[in-house]
Write a protein that binds this ligand. Sequence first.
Ligand code: ZN
Length: 135
Amino acid sequence: MIKKIEHIGIAVKNINQSNQLFKKLFGKEHYKIENVESEGVSTSFFMLGETKIELLEATTENSAIAKFIDKKGEGIHHIAYEVDNLDAEITRLKTEGFVMINSDPKNGADNKRICFLHPKSTNGVLVELCEEVKN
Ligand code: ZN
């Protein structure tokens, strides 16, 4: 089951500059910075009530964020929904005809297992599903 918007991902060119910008906007600091080497991104997170804002800067030329910024410029990159059972949700959504970018969940930032739905099956919005990893 999809429970809530966990975070909104925003592609930025320079995460340090954007951390300063969003600090002014929100009146608070980001609470963590994390490199996700497998995705070629550096991320930072701001907590806003129950929802987070994730800033993403490319760390390699081949990263999806570098390609996104080349094509569209900075801006909203994806919306992430929290699910309680990621594997069950992937099976359900495939049955409903959604196209997954990756059906095998991978480890994302902020202690999550994640997968992405292709925007061509979700009205142009890149959708991330994430499940909290229980330690
Ligand atoms: Zn995300």
